[in-house]
Every structure is written in structure tokens, then in C-alpha cells.
Ligand binder design. Structure first.
Ligand code: GLN
Length: 190
């Protein structure tokens, strides 16, 4: 399967390495031709305002919205989760607005910018996974069509809505391809 990684900014190389480990064929995506060549897409972590600006300026955002509505599997990690959300509760703009989640940017504040926890995410793996949060968002609520995959202290940090997957943390920097396999095996094939 050809999986695109939106390659304007952020943790692009890390996702590409993990996709290879998980048995997919990764393609960095910056142009429409590249987007048209892939079966699925990852929106990496980074800075959502920067990536969002590129999406608007290049017109790729509109094409991604169309493709998502036609069923293309899309996974947003961290900044990518913010890009997917229908509502950003502490901002007055929205990017792709595809997924029925209400996210808070930089939700864990400045003194707790980054942290790591180990948790079982039942849909993904029976063993505890390392979850790395870097200036991460969380979702405060989700619509009825959203399957919550993991909550942390009552906040949604992993969720799926059909072909759309969002994680507040960064599986691509852990060395464990479980989440990438979940995206390829479950989200992309259902
Ligand atoms: N805080 C960043 C943002 O708002 C996201 C951080 C990340 O992707 N690691 O875009």
C-alpha cells in the first residue's frame, strides 16, 4: 500500500521509517500529483499553524477534504489531530474540519510540555505502548460517530471516525510500529 506523509514540515522522516517497518510503501507528499498517487495519508506532528498555512496556500487542503469524504484513510498525529478537528476550542479558526472532535491546542500547558506514559490501547495492541506527548493537544469531546480509542485523565487522546484516525501523541518516534500497523490493517482495510 502506498501511504503518503504530508511533507511540508514536522516529523516526516520518522513516519516514513515506521511505515517501512510496518510493510507499507511511503511517499512524501507536497504536491497534488503525489497526493493523487497514494492510497492513504498521514498528517504528521509539527506546527499545525505552519502546516495549515501550506495546506491553504497550495490548495492541497481542499483536495484532502474531498478525498477524505470519498473514503481515503487519513491519520493525524499531534498537529495532524488539530488539522483534522472540526473545532479547535482555544482558537477561532479550523483547518480541514473533517473529524467530529473538539480539540484544545497545547492542552498540557507550558510546564508539562512533554511527557511519556505507557498504556494499553486495546484496539491497537495487548501490550502497553509508549505514548510520547510533545506540546500535545487533547480532545474535550467527540461526536457520536467517533470511537474513542484512549482517554487519559478523562481527555480523549486517540480516536477513530471510520477512515479517520487521530492521536495526540507520536507513535512514529517510539520504534514500535503497532500504531502504524493498526492504521494499515484496520483503518485502511475497513
Ligand atoms: N503544539 C503544536 C501545534 O499546535 C503541536 C505539537 C506537535 O505536533 N508535537 O501545532
Amino acid at each position: 500500500m502506498k501511504v503518503g506523509v504530508l511533507a511540508f514540515q514536522g516529523a516526516v522522516r520518522e513516519h516514513i521509517n515506521m511505515l517501512k517497518m510496518a510493510g507499507a510503501y511511503p511517499i512524501p507528499v507536497k504536491k497534488e500529483e503525489e497526493l493523487n498517487d497514494v492510497d492513504a495519508l498521514i498528517l504528521p506532528g509539527g506546527e499545525s499553524t505552519v502546516i495549515g498555512k501550506f495546506l491553504r496556500e497550495t490548495g492541497l487542503g481542499k483536495i484532502i477534504v474531498e478525498k477524505a469524504k470519498n473514503g481515503m484513510p487519513i491519520w493525524g498525529t499531534c498537529a495532524g489531530m488539530i488539522l483534522l478537528a472540526k473545532k479547535i476550542v482555544n482558537e477561532d479558526y479550523v483547518h480541514l474540519g473533517l473529524m467530529d472532535i473538539w480539540v484544545r491546542r497545547n492542552a498540557y500547558g507550558s510546564q508539562l510540555d512533554s511527557f511519556i506514559v505507557r498504556k494499553v490501547v486495546p484496539a491497537v495492541s495487548e501490550k502497553p505502548l509508549e505514548l510520547i506527548f510533545i506540546r500535545a493537544p487533547y480532545a474535550e469531546k467527540a461526536g457520536p460517530n467517533v470511537e474513542v480509542l484512549l482517554e487519559l485523565d478523562g481527555k480523549i487522546v486517540a480516536a477513530r471516525q471510520g477512515n479517520l484516525l487521530a492521536t495526540a501523541f507520536h507513535p512514529e518516534v517510539t520504534g514500535d510500529p503497532s500504531f502504524h500497523k493498526y492504521f494499515l490493517d484496520i483503518v485502511c482495510l475497513n
